[in-house]
Write a protein that binds this ligand. Structure first.
Ligand SMILES: *Cc1c(COP(=O)(O)O)cnc(C)c1O
Length: 354
């Protein structure tokens, strides 16, 4: 697979590293390639970052043919740049594509694309502690066709955004609201893939949570509204009576790379991790009896996000006195240590770019 390169005539001035935030700045280039039914993927190219044109009849705009990924490149202390388990994101995007009957990308080609693009943009990886270069691969159908049928053309792109530390003000616990009306996903639906539609379906509950003073929603299963699923854009884990519990992957929850990595790290350290169904009644009972010892969300953006307050049916439950728990902190230290290269990568998770 050849990747054509088109040089920019106007390289940008890099932003101030102390004030990056999330998703506010984009690098000089973007990766683009096209797929046409009967031809396959073609015209792989790295071109100057810029607007794209799209027919107003594009399938992505009307029928939601859109999937995405999220991963990061990290700056090591020696100045090099590295990625964390990109093959997991490559495989998950193929799983998302398969679910929406969109084209998959050969794993080796995708690996070459990801690493070539990061190598091209590596100078944009910020240096300040906790900062990273966020990568957003995505695919959508640009086919101009209002009739509903399987897609005949698609575009795959990657854009990159230098991002600040998620925890500029320290690892402060967040407040989460258990949503009892709206549901995010059902088994047989799209809950286990990364598609824009899942987020569209989540936004009303997200707005309600925000208005009530919570930062995110904790979802219950879509059938019985009884079992804990996940937090907004993160998987969720609990320490209940000394044991680590996380919802099992039964088809409606996103299989997070962070979730998977944390389970492996916990097992390395000798903790028992229960992947199972956990009912909201069991969780609330544990909270009432003082047995809900820790709760955290996990995902690429935040790594781990401690939960200090849980709202359910108008009542608030404070977890660990509203402070970050011991295991949550340990997981944050271990995982970020591997990602930024200050701890040994005993699992071969790291892909060095430079
Ligand atoms: C991306 C995402 C996650 C986190 O996945 P990671 O691979 O750990 O970043 C969790 N839940 C949802 C709904 C997501 O979209």
């Amino acid at each position: 697979m050849e990747i054509r390169f088109e040089r920019t005539s106007a390289p940008k001035v890099k932003p101030d590293e102390s004030n990056l935030g999330f998703g506010n700045y984009y690098t000089d280039y973007m990766f683009v390639m096209n797929w046409t039914d009967g031809v396959g993927w073609h015209d792989a190219r790295i071109v100057p970052f810029g607007d794209i044109t799209l027919s107003p009849a594009a399938v992505a705009l009307h029928y939601g043919a859109e999937i995405f990924e999220g991963l990061k490149a990290y700056r090591r202390a020696d100045g090099g740049v590295q990625m964390f388990r990109p093959i997991e994101n490559i495989r998950r995007m193929n799983s998302s594509a398969e679910r929406l009957a969109m084209p998959q990308i050969d794993e080796d080609d995708a690996f070459k694309i990801y690493t070539t693009f990061v190598d091209c943009e590596k100078d944009w990886t910020p240096h300040a502690p906790g900062t990273s270069l966020y990568l957003r691969p995505f695919m959508f159908s640009d086919e101009a066709q209002l009739g509903v049928h399987t897609i005949k053309s698609a575009v795959f792109m990657i854009i990159a955004s230098p991002c600040g530390s998620y925890y500029a003000e320290g690892l402060n616990p967040v407040s989460i609201m258990i949503e009892t009306d709206d549901v995010r996903a059902v088994r047989g639906g799209t809950g286990y893939i990364k598609c824009g539609g899942n987020y569209a379906a989540s936004s009303r509950a997200g707005l309600k949570a925000e208005q009530l003073g919570y930062s995110q929603v904790l979802w219950l299963d879509g059938v019985e509204r009884k079992y804990i699923e996940a937090v907004g854009a993160m998987n969720v884990m609990f320490k209940i009576d000394g044991k680590i519990v996380t919802p099992a992957l039964l088809g409606s929850i996103l299989p997070g790379v962070t979730r998977k990595s944390i389970i492996e790290l916990l097992k390395d350290k000798g903790y028992e991790v229960e992947e199972r169904r956990l009912s909201v009644d069991e969780l609330i009972e544990a909270a009432e009896n003082g047995k809900l010892e820790e709760m955290w969300g996990c995902g690429t953006a935040a790594v781990v996000s401690p939960v200090g307050r849980l709202g359910y049916k108008g009542k608030d439950y404070i977890i660990n006195g509203g402070k970050i728990g011991e295991i949550t902190q340990m997981l944050y230290d271990e995982l970020t240590g591997i990602q930024w290269g200050t701890k040994p990568d005993t699992h071969n998770w790291i892909v060095k770019i430079s």
